[in-house]
Design a protein around this ligand. Structure first.
Ligand SMILES: CC(C)(COP(=O)(O)OP(=O)(O)OC[C@H]1O[C@@H](n2cnc3c(N)ncnc32)[C@H](O)[C@@H]1OP(=O)(O)O)[C@@H](O)C(=O)NCCC(=O)NCCS
Length: 186
């Protein structure tokens, strides 16, 4: 991404089918704290206790800038929140044209297995390609997280390969599988 080109985040909410991506608001803070408090110990997203949502930051505006962001995944049918999806900029070379977006997603147990996460991961890439010049949107997941791997494949991401011993979690190093969608992918 070049710094002279328009930066990301606009055109929200962004929706298609059963899912809408929208900004986090102060009204979401209690629910997000609840979900964070219920994080299953030992799960793939368990990196220890999460701090309370920063309400002062939220009062100032959306949780996103030109380096990272977090969005709420909302069900269009009833406007209920079903999870969160975040993204952050990662660099693969000195020119900013080599910057990519890496996503992270979290659905509470009660909304998993219904395809919402899959739709959200497809939609996030579509939104990032529509609103930023990035060529690549990627996701890295534990080699044992088969649900996320399947979800990414259904969402149009291609498997890049394995980064051995890349992530320290739960007292041990874990292999990560990388997936990506490129701007030129359908
Ligand atoms: C991984 C995750 C984002 C997938 O989103 P989802 O909406 O549950 O995805 P889908 O419903 O499309 O299911 C994807 C695959 O997960 C498996 N799955 C089925 N039921 C499931 C359930 N109750 N819970 C989780 N996964 C399930 C299936 O293999 C399914 O593939 P299939 O449709 O071909 O059968 C979501 O389950 C989640 O947030 N999990 C916990 C956090 C996590 O692992 N995040 C990713 C860390 S990198």
């Amino acid at each position: 991404m070049t710094t002279s080109e328009p930066e990301a985040p606009h055109l929200l909410p962004f929706e298609r089918g059963r899912i809408r991506l929208r900004d986090v608001t102060l009204a979401d803070a209690d629910l997000l704290d609840l979900w964070n408090g219920e994080l299953e110990p030992g799960s793939f997203n368990d990196f220890g206790p999460r701090p309370p949502i920063d309400r002062k930051a939220l009062a100032r505006g959306p949780l996103r800038n030109d380096r990272n962001g977090m969005l709420v995944i909302e069900r269009t049918a009833d406007g209920s929140a079903v999870g969160t999806i975040g993204y952050r900029r990662v660099g693969y070379g000195p020119p900013p044209d080599s910057d990519a977006w890496q996503l992270g997603i979290d659905l509470p147990p009660e909304t998993r297995g219904r395809g919402y996460g899959t739709e959200a991961q497809r939609l996030l890439a579509d939104w990032l390609f529509a609103t930023t010049p990035a060529n690549r949107v990627e996701a890295a997941t534990d080699i044992d997280n088969l649900a996320e791997q399947r979800s990414l494949e259904k969402a149009g991401y291609a498997r890049d390969g394995v980064l051995r011993g890349a992530q320290f979690r739960g007292g041990a190093y874990h292999d990560l599988v990388y997936y990506s969608r490129l701007r030129s992918d359908s």
